[in-house]
Structures are given as structure tokens and as C-alpha cells.
Design a protein around this ligand. Structure first.
Ligand code: DGY
Length: 420
């Protein structure tokens, strides 16, 4: 096991090594562009040693914002042939080219965290970002709001591509027009750690449907192949709105619109409670069915500032079932796969969000255990993209920006005196 100081240095070196000057790629090879929530986590990590660079990361992310307020999940700043699907498949006609969907909006939360590290210097940066973040959150309410539940139009939008949450809805995606294509991800990473071939056919069918309608939000809402309310997206946006509200207050901006969003979302997330599994669950808008999936983002209620004692009991059961918390899917489920991306592995970034929520809501022992588990994974297996929660072995890409970032900002034992 490496000394903590060495790991801190390694984490900073990984972030510098993935820094493309203004934005940070998640890792070389597998993900050679700017990804939305990866970048926001990068900003959270940069803030521990270079606050100026942290602001720049968020500013570059917002430079890809569409006119309708959407902040895309990938910004293709520079051409690279190592990734599929590239700008032509998306056909989004933006400059720089982008994908046509968004990703979990952690940016406002980390902007607030960066601002609070150095409020005076951060004031003009925050003031410039605020209207952009507000427009993005408004886009969610205009286009991804179903009765206060926040929906995703593509599993990639959730950031949890192949989670069991989507199995039922993905089963209804027609792949008859997909044709042939070549994946690049499985040449970088062991295929059994990645989504299946059938998943990819369905991912591409949804991309082509979006491209065909010119990424028209009304059309996708009415008849797109996939529309599922996501506990992860819902809790993350609710939390982000609470942080945006704090920023509005600090900047002397009007707060009424944001307060209204928070009230609507607090009602909406209650609708995601599935009594059959005793947890927050994905909900398919097209069929009215729950996904029947207890996933790690079912436990982001505390991060969103909501208490739930039943969830706390389930959290304890699942954490006990593995050696290294917290698995992305319930190990008691037959769909659990310890290595396969979002169907079982432990992800440092989700652990961080859950841990921040637990800490803030007073569940300090659970928060500290999760932080220690995450630190132990990194100490044992390095800065991998994700980890097998049973034996702690590394999975996915390596030298990963967001794992380095959460080590620096949350998991490293040298930072515990600062709390979450
Ligand atoms: C991928 O390509 O694996 C991404 O998760 C899509 O954003």
C-alpha cells in the first residue's frame, strides 16, 4: 500500500496529465473529449490545489451550452478517432461539436463548493456562471420534468449506461434499423467490464432516433424510444437546485423560480419510491412500470437533503453484503455483476455523493465507513474508473480523472479534518 502523500501527488499528476488546457479528459484512449459530469468532478478536485483551474474547467464546460440551455454530455473540442460514437453519429450541428443529450448536473453543487473556498475571488466567476447554470436547470424543467420526476431520454444521459434500472425500457427499444458499426471501447477495456453488444445496439438506436428528429425535445418527449425517470438524475438535480438557490441568495438574484423547482421536485422524488423493493427506483414513463432495481443512486436521498429511515436500513444491508462499499447494484439481485460497469461495481464518484449526503444528514458513521472503503479501494488498486466491490480489484479505464478528483476532495485521509 502506498503512503497517502504519494497518492495525493499521484492524483494531482493524473489530473495534470489528463488536462487538455481548459478541460480535462476522463482518461486517455477510452474517453478522449470533455465529458459533462466528469468535468464537474474534475473541478471539485482541482479546487483542492488550483482554484483558478477549477473555475476554468466549469467555464469550458458551459462553453458547450446549447441555445435552449442544455449542457451536452460530451463536447468534442478536438478531433480524435479513438471514440465511438463521434460527432457524425450524433449529428447535433453545434460548434464545437457535441452529443445531443445531457448528463447529471453536479456542476452547480461543485461551483458552490469552489466559491466557498475563496468567496471574494470567486464572486465574479460565480456571477458569470450563475445565469448559465440557471438556464441549464430550467432546460431540465422544460424538457425532462414528468410530474416532478426528472427523466432521461437515453441511458447515457443518466451517466449509468447499463444499469439494471433501464432493463425493462431498453427491452422495448427497436434495433431493426441500427445497421453495423464498430465500437472502440472494448479495444481499450476488457469487454466483460463494459456494456453488452445488445446494449450498444439499443444505445445507438436511441442516438439515431434523436438525430433523425434533429434532437427536437418535444418530439423526443412525445415519441422517443426511451423516457425513464431516474432517481440519480432526480436527486442530483434537486441537490443542485438547493446549491443554486444558495448561490442566488449570495449574489442577490431572484430566488422564486428555483424555490418552485425544489418544491416540485420534492413531491416528484416521493413518486419514485417503489414499495415492492422498499427503495427509490427508476420509473418508465412509457409503460408506467418501475425498473425493480435497487441501485447506488437510490441512496442519494440524503445528498438531496431528504431523510428516509427505510433507505438507511437497506443501505446498511447492501453495504454489509460486499467488502468495499458501495455497489452500483444490489448484490442480492440476480442481475448483479461485480465487474460489469453499472451493474455492480463500486464507483468512487457515487460513493462521494452518497457520503456527502450521509455526513450532512448526521449519519456520520456510515459516511466515514464509505469514505474509508473508497480510500481503501484506491490504496489497493489505484485510480481506476470503478472497482469490483467484492475483492477491490480495478475495473474500466485507469488513471481516471474523477477517481483522482474525489480522492483529493473527499476520500484522502489527509482531508478528513475538513469534513465532507
Ligand atoms: C461511454 O461511451 O461509455 C459513455 O459512458 C457514454 O457517455
Amino acid at each position: 500500500m502506498k503512503p497517502v502523500r504519494t497518492l495525493n501527488e499521484q492524483a494531482r499528476a493524473i489530473m495534470r496529465g489528463n488536462d487538455q488546457g481548459g478541460y480535462t479528459m476522463p482518461t486517455h484512449g477510452l474517453y478522449p473529449y470533455q465529458w459533462n459530469w466528469d468535468s464537474a468532478f474534475a473541478a471539485f478536485g482541482f479546487a483542492t490545489f488550483d482554484v483558478e483551474r477549477a473555475w476554468v474547467e466549469l467555464e469550458t464546460l458551459m462553453s458547450g451550452q446549447w441555445e435552449n440551455g442544455m449542457v451536452p454530455h460530451i463536447i468534442f473540442h478536438e478531433a480524435s478517432d479513438g471514440y465511438f460514437p463521434g460527432p457524425d453519429e450524433w449529428g447535433a450541428f453545434q460548434n464545437p461539436p457535441t452529443s445531443g443529450i445531457s448528463q447529471p448536473p453536479v456542476a452547480a453543487t461543485f461551483a458552490r463548493a469552489i466559491f466557498e473556498r475563496a468567496p471574494e475571488a470567486g464572486q465574479p466567476r460565480m456571477a458569470a456562471l450563475f445565469p448559465k447554470l440557471l438556464a441549464w436547470h430550467r432546460w431540465f424543467f422544460e424538457h425532462r420534468n414528468e410530474n416532478g420526476m426528472i427523466v432521461v431520454n437515453h441511458p447515457w444521459e443518466s451517466g449509468r449506461d447499463n444499469a439494471p434500472d433501464w432493463d425493462e425500457a431498453m427491452g422495448n427499444v427497436d434495433i431493426s434499423n441500427v445497421g453495423t458499426y464498430t465500437r472502440n471501447d472494448t479495444s481499450h477495456v476488457d469487454p466483460h467490464m463494459r456494456p453488452s453488444a445488445l446494449d450498444y445496439d439499443r444505445f445507438m438506436a436511441i442516438v439515431y432516433a434523436g438525430r433523425t428528429c434533429g434532437w427536437d425535445e418535444a418530439e423526443m418527449a412525445a415519441s422517443g424510444p426511451f423516457r425513464v425517470a431516474d432517481p440519480g438524475m432526480s436527486f442530483i438535480l434537486l441537490r443542485a437546485n438547493k446549491d443554486l438557490l444558495a448561490m442566488a441568495q449570495a449574489l442577490g438574484e431572484d430566488t422564486a423560480e428555483i424555490t418552485g423547482w425544489i418544491a416540485a421536485q420534492e413531491k416528484g422524488v416521493a413518486r419514485l419510491w417503489n414499495p415492492e423493493i422498499g427503495g427509490y427506483d427508476a420509473f418508465n414513463i412509457r409503460t408506467g412500470n418501475f425498473g425493480g432495481s435497487m441501485s447506488s443512486t437510490s441512496f442519494l436521498c440524503w445528498y438531496a437533503g431528504l431523510e428516509n429511515s427505510e433507505a438507511l436500513v437497506e443501505f446498511g444491508r447492501i453495504a454489509e453484503a460486499v467488502t468495499y462499499g458501495f455497489p452500483s447494484h444490489d448484490p442480492a439481485s440476480p442481475r448483479f455483476e461485480a465487474y460489469r460497469y453499472w451493474r455492480g461495481p463500486s464507483w468512487g464518484i457515487v460513493n462521494t455523493l452518497i457520503g456527502i449526503g450521509l455526513q450532512e444528514m448526521g449519519h456520520k458513521a456510515q459516511a466515514e465507513k464509505l469514505r474509508q472503503d473508497t480510500a481503501a479501494l484506491i490504496e489497493k488498486s489505484g485510480f481506476a474508473e470503478y472497482f469490483n466491490p467484492c475483492d477491490g480489484s480495478p475495473a474500466g479505464g485507469d488513471k481516471f480523472t474523477w477517481t483522482a478528483a474525489i480522492w483529493l476532495a473527499w476520500a484522502s485521509p489527509t482531508l478528513t479534518s475538513k469534513g465532507s
